[in-house]
Write a protein that binds this ligand. Sequence first.
Ligand code: ZN
Length: 379
Amino acid sequence: MIRDGEAVTRAELARRTGLARSTVAQRVDALLAHELVYEAGDSASTGGRPPTVLAFNREAGVVLAADLGATHSRLAVTDLGAQPLDETPLEIDIGEGPEAVLERVHAQFMEMLERAGRTPGDVRGIGVGVPGPVKAAAGAPVNPPIMPGWDGFPIPEWFAKRYEAPVLVDNDVNIMALGEHWSHWRDTEHLLFVKIGTGIGCGIVAGGAIHRGAQGAAGDIGHISVQGHDDVVCSCGNVGCLEAVAGGRALARRLSEIGLEAEGTRDVVRLVRSGDARAVRMVREAGRALGEVLAACVNFFNPGVIVLGGDLSETHEQLLSGVREVTFQRSLPLATQALVTVPSRLGDRAGITGAAIMVIEHVLAPEAIDRMLRGHVAA
Ligand SMILES: [Zn+2]
């Protein structure tokens, strides 16, 4: 409540929680002793002695956030309000395997901590997003198709040898969904975040929380089939998968087949931005294929907002027009009545923001704070 500004004086906290004033005073003292809150001065007086205003101390520690991608990653050191203190891209091939990649990440984190004037002792938690499915409890990737050598690798254990802080790992699309939702759509209960990059995936926020499904495979819309593409074989072995039709890799391949220079998603974006008519038409068609799948998702899930993110979403006008056209045509009116379809506002920062938020919500959860304060009393 102090952090969100819902109740910022001891009296308000007592009123809102129904706890005795003496209990609130005791709890606030413990939070002050841990420097998680501080006294920010007096509130406006309405006569009598003005009550002291409490504020959350976002500098009470730092979070390390890593958004690992297939070929490019992004790292950040943030405060406890998810504001970046230092941030850097990292070009590394995830296929080099966990040891090599995590060593590079760790070395970079140490440099970034130093630049931010912080030490490993200030780290309250580490959040990692990976481009593949994750068994959330173990923090280990599960059969990730584009991450050779990572299957079952316990990422938290690797970091535990180097930092004394909790390590949370999730799928990259889930953390992007979390970052975008927390930053811009907190009042929206049901949101879909669609990442359109080399591949296509979807993060689901249901009832305000990430929905992962029974095995962590929820939202894998890249392998839903779209009509009229039975000739397109997907890497998964099926035909007509959305990702094989409209993913960045697929588009780049088709553009290079007609003689354009395109190796990956970024080249597709470059060609669209330069106004190349063939690339523009192809991305619009990709948007329509995506719209077909999203129309089904809209009928099934009834989201309030669909956010389009990932590298290819940087062509958003072309992509969005295709998506909107088909989603509105093919979804039921009730489901699209108040539906908003927008490009990501965080852009390539959605992942690290979400990774930081994932950690912050974990270390500031009531149970975690209770444990911390009990430790203090015992000491
Ligand atoms: Zn497939």
